[in-house]
Design a protein around this ligand. Sequence first.
Ligand SMILES: Cc1ncc(C[n+]2csc(CCOP(=O)(O)OP(=O)(O)O)c2C)c(N)n1
Length: 346
Amino acid sequence: MAYSTDQVTRHKDPSSAGLSGLDVKEMYGRMLLARAISERMWLLNRMGKAHLIVTCEGHEGAQVGSAYAIRRGHDFVLPYYRDIGVVLTVGMTAKEVMLGVLNRAEDPSSGGRQMPCHWSHPDLRIISQSSVVATQLSHAVGIAHASRIKNEDAAAVVYFGDGATSKGEFHESLNWAAIYDLPVVFICENNGYAISVPTSKQMPVAQVADRAQAYGIPGLTVDGADVVAVYEATQAALQRARQGQGPTLIEIITYRYKPHTNNDDDSSYRSQEEVDEWRQRDPIPILRDLLMELGEISVEEDEEIRRCVRAEVDEAQRYAEEAPVAMPEDALLHVYGESPESVSEG
Ligand SMILES: Cc1ncc(C[n+]2csc(CCOP(=O)(O)OP(=O)(O)O)c2C)c(N)n1
């Protein structure tokens, strides 16, 4: 990877990226909320209350920094399972996320019928992904093509991991989007692994971004611990997309602190030392230091923000636990045009 854990992140001046102090404070709050939900999901899993969880810890800078550039409810967002920070930034609430984690009937993503962390929210234009890695990339290209044909100026922003770039859909999608100059922003959260497989076993080039050259589109690598740089890169790519200049591939270097899911034993393929080294580049304290340097928050204010975040997650959990569970008889709702019984009867 181009970035090593030795590298010290120096944030760009937020105002040079068009961000106010208030914007950066809001981003910081979203990152804390994403982290707190992720930690709570892990506890709920260990308590036997959440059967499958996918954590985002370590990815918050990549997710919130990029999603902050998206026009809420206007651009289409195609997140992947790790993107708690993305969905919170484009408008989903902690409560909505928790309803999905606990498979409640009120879950906006699927009424508790999809796998958890397969986000969807029609009003916010968040499109559900298939569990089959990388399929959301071709969906994004189709949506962007439709947007072009309908003369709308909505862009499609699609998220995926480094492992997804080994799939045919990645190459087909970049190719098609490039040929037609479609308004798509491809965002790869490169955490160095596809479960246990390191990037060195997935690609012969140094960076995911290098692959953009083959399709004649811009490809850039950004440090996921520099939230301002992530925002700036996404904002510029969206601008290009809206001006009809075509797609961009953005690779954000990041790291996941927890195992792939609750069903993974990460000690079989990486050392604790490696995880600890990456934790030194945690985007959250790095952004907090920037806010303090800029005089945007004090120690007391930071504590107050963290207290509010904890209260929000407590309330989201309480609400979701009390909400009715999804009913088994609804499992096939919207899966078939007609119920299987009526089809066989006919
Ligand atoms: C086509 C396909 N192959 C394998 C899997 C199993 N699988 C689920 S997630 C995953 C890893 C994907 O890694 P990456 O894209 O790097 O994202 P990350 O989980 O690291 O954020 C794999 C192999 C799958 N869901 N679909």
